[in-house]
Design a protein around this ligand. Sequence first.
Ligand code: HEM
Length: 225
Amino acid sequence: MDAAATTPTPVTPFSTVIRTASQQQHTEAENSSFMSDMLGGRLGITAYRRYTEQLWFVYRALESATGSLAEDPVAGPFIRPELARTPELERDLAHLGGAGWRDGLAPLPATAAYAARIAECARDWPAGYVAHHYTRYLGDLSGGQVIRGTAEKTWGFGHKGDGVRFYVFEGIANPAAFKRRYRELLDALPVDDLEKQRVVEECRRAFAYNTAVFQELERRFPRSA
Ligand code: HEM
């Protein structure tokens, strides 16, 4: 018998599909002027503080939804208390801005749009929420570690101390193993192919939101300023 007729075509795991589909945008985000200036040590601590403030709005949107999504069959398995970043961001911001760090704090327009989209997915579309969850948390567990090292050197924060706690996952002893497990969850996402395609699109959208936030920060903190 013809072997091709009996051997099923290997299916690309969804974790590979979503990574490949967002690779180009990942490179764009990584190479955005704001990110490369920050990683090149060319920005002041105020730019870092403003960036951290924007992250706070994003993670508040991601994490204020975790209670209602914990039991959801699609998004629920991704929700893990050791990922929660809001308390860490609040410690970092208190370090950067003092006890009154929240006074008058407002999101940039791009951040407000990003947070609103996360909240909308969390409310109406758990699989879309997974796209946002993946884009931020898997990134934080990867490239986030590069940002932490640079921030410590550039602005003198203590090693894994106040100012960079956002990048420190105290509850995740083995990030590589955690990411492997996370990819297994993506591979087992209980939705059909069409829905997976929509999740990929939402992931691209999530990257675009991040790039838009960087662009707005870049306008406020050009390298020459
Ligand atoms: C300059 C900043 C950045 C650097 C240096 C960086 C670096 C990296 C590296 C080295 C990996 C691969 C880790 C691995 O294979 O385990 C990675 C993965 C990832 N990054 Fe970034 N990254 C940056 C910015 C971003 C941004 C802004 C986002 C989106 C908000 C992001 C989202 C992701 C995601 C989702 C992954 C996981 C890809 C996968 O394996 O499925 N990264 N990053």
